[in-house]
Design a binder for this molecule. Structure first.
Ligand SMILES: CC(=O)N[C@H]1[C@@H](OP(=O)(O)OP(=O)(O)OC[C@H]2O[C@@H](n3ccc(=O)[nH]c3=O)[C@H](O)[C@@H]2O)O[C@H](CO)[C@@H](O)[C@@H]1O[C@H](C)C(=O)N[C@@H](C)C(=O)N[C@H](CCC(=O)O)C(=O)O
Ligand SMILES: Nc1ncnc2c1ncn2[C@@H]1O[C@H](COP(=O)(O)OP(=O)(O)OP(=O)(O)O)[C@@H](O)[C@H]1O
Ligand SMILES: N[C@H](CCC[C@H](N)C(=O)O)C(=O)O
Ligand SMILES: [Mg+2]
Length: 486
């Protein structure tokens, strides 16, 4: 594609150099530049990409997008385009370069602290069942029909998103369901995507290391809805106290869902068993293989999206009753002698609380609940004591352990968690830094009938220590303890 063609799709301030080079690729990482690449210099959190302009030119960049021209003399034959915001321009350039793929399908973005992967994945599966070519961008994987790639980010960078969407368009996808993380809104990774709908699940404590205050975190998520066009829908969960705030500035068609109040879409849990729930969903009784009110809420969101995308309500309900839980989300493993383990990705105080409430709903009374949980390193420190507090409130015994310490000292992370345990409950808690040992201990402590919750890692199959990912899988570990062969 010629530069002139690309420039039609962005607002630029000034162009220096009069060539109209062929743009063979767009990159924002100088290390990926090849001859003919357009390099976009982004100001990151750690470094300013403008520093890498010489390196990009050295590797043969045909054009440089930047916010300021380099002070040194610019090499002859080079073309520089000055723009106000290179980060935003990256998404717009990528979208134009890949032929505006989001216009060729309906893209639905799901945002919120918890529930994004669950809803996006269930929508993907539902629409596959309904017979559509479908794409998915989620924490676990990026999927185009049956092709699956392990995800690097919940919402990857703008180039990767547009590349994926171009592949989805080539595969004839009619829909793409994607998670929209607050980081991706803040870093404008979603610039250039034309959404047909947005979903808000909830907002609770997480990522305050990045957004600093809860108000800023709310703003980041709200910005997603501010950007939706009037033809799109904005589906919001009004059981969350920020549900209406989220969509207040949105031009999109507002639709509400709730498990409690009057709303456009409503659902009620009628019965809960350890292997499923009976729901009243929009007046229809439906058996599902999910447990917990939060899952009723997720399924309601799935239903509401599908109906708003024009699907037949009855057909959708039939498929919902056949959907299975997502990997690492309330995944249950039973031992031969009747111990029940639940592996769940709860890594926020609210998620832990919800999962423990769901577990209390399936207890018959006598069983003990033993929770194994840790908190991630190089992530929001303030959630650590809160997570320990929720674990203690909802369990009979708690084993605090490690969960991706990254560059931090795991013992210190556990101490930060212990600070949230009130003296009264200290005897419920033990700390075992080694996660394998922690799971083993829980399994030894458990009696037949007891429930072991292993929280925080869900589908993850690694323990990140100092940037090295060591293989570790909670499901594998508990199966070993239970003597179950894969
Ligand atoms: C905190 C954060 O989100 N950082 C993201 C950010 O990195 P950064 O701003 O630090 O980049 P930087 O290192 O300062 O570099 C600045 C620029 O110089 C360029 N550069 C750098 C070096 C070089 O030699 N040449 C060069 O051109 C870089 O490509 C970049 O454009 O931009 C990078 C490129 O897009 C991201 O990969 C990176 O994600 C990091 C790895 C990350 O861990 N992010 C997590 C926290 C995240 O995004 N999580 C959310 C989900 C959270 C949730 O909801 O649970 C997600 O969506 O996954
Ligand atoms: N609607 C919900 N409300 C509250 N908690 C939920 C909800 N859905 C799921 N959870 C809990 O949160 C955990 C994470 O769920 P899920 O992976 O769907 O969220 P996510 O928003 O994608 O998380 P991430 O930000 O890490 O991508 C689940 O394992 C469960 O414990
Ligand atoms: N997307 C979340 C996942 C956290 C999962 C937990 N296992 C951890 O490593 O903290 C994050 O990156 O903050
Ligand atoms: Mg997710």
């Amino acid at each position: 594609m010629k530069l002139e063609e690309l420039l039609k799709h962005i607002d630029y301030l000034e162009v220096r150099g009069d060539a109209n080079p062929e743009v063979k690729a767009v990159e924002f990482d100088s290390r990926k530049v090849q001859p003919g690449t357009a390099f976009v210099a982004q100001r990151g959190i750690h470094v300013d990409g403008h520093r890498f302009i010489p390196a990009a030119l050295e590797s043969g960049a045909s054009v440089i997008f930047c916010e300021e021209f380099p002070v040194d003399k610019m090499p002859e034959n080079s073309v520089f385009v000055k723009v106000a915001d290179t980060i935003q321009v990256t998404g717009l350039l990528a979208s134009a370069f890949y032929g505006f793929p989001s216009r060729k399908m309906k893209v639905i973005g799901i945002t919120g602290t918890n529930g994004k992967t669950s809803i996006a994945t269930l929508l993907f599966r539902l629409f596959r069942e309904l017979g559509y070519n479908t794409g998915l961008i989620s924490t676990i994987s990026y999927r185009i029909n049956e092709t699956e790639e392990t995800a690097s980010h919940t919402t990857p960078d703008a180039l990767k998103i547009q590349q994926l969407m171009a592949q989805m368009a080539d595969a004839g996808c009619a829909y793409c369901f994607m998670e929209v993380s607050s980081h991706s809104v803040h870093q404008q990774r979603i610039a250039g995507i034309e959404f047909s709908g947005g979903v808000f699940t909830n907002i609770t404590h997480d990522h305050l290391d990045y957004h600093k205050t809860f108000a800023e975190y709310i703003r980041a998520k709200q910005r997603f809805f501010d950007q939706l066009p009037s033809e799109a829908f904005a589906l919001t969960n009004i059981d969350d106290k920020n549900g209406l705030v989220m969509v207040q500035n949105s031009e999109a068609r507002k639709i509400t869902y709730s498990n409690r109040a009057m709303a456009d879409f409503r659902c009620k849990v009628l019965e809960t068993h350890f292997n499923g729930m009976l729901l009243n969903l929009e007046g229809q009784e439906v058996w599902t293989r999910f447990v917990g009110k939060f899952n009723a809420s997720n399924l309601l969101a799935v239903y509401a999206v599908a109906v708003n995308l024009g699907q037949d309500a009855g057909e959708v309900l039939t498929h919902i009753s056949n959907l299975e839980p997502v990997k690492g989300r309330f995944e249950s493993i039973r031992s031969v002698d009747g111990k029940l383990a639940i592996v769940d990705y709860a890594h926020t105080p609210d998620a832990l609380k919800n999962v423990l409430v769901a577990i209390s709903g399936i207890r018959t009374g006598k069983e003990q609940v033993i929770t194994v949980v840790g908190a991630g390193g190089d992530r929001d420190k303030t959630k650590r004591p809160e997570m320990a507090k929720e674990a203690v409130l909802g369990s009979d015994k708690v084993i605090l352990t490690s969960d991706n310490p990254r560059t931090e000292n795991p013992a210190q992370i556990i101490r930060d968690m212990e600070a949230g345990v009130e003296t009264l409950y200290k005897n419920k808690v033990v700390s075992i830094e080694n996660r394998r040992e922690a799971i083993k201990t829980a399994s030894l402590l458990a009696q037949p009938g007891d429930i072991i919750l292993i929280a925080g890692k869900g589908h993850e199959n690694y323990q990140d220590v100092n940037g090295v990912k060591h293989h570790f899988d909670d499901v594998e570990e508990i199966k070993k303890c239970f003597g179950i062969d894969d």
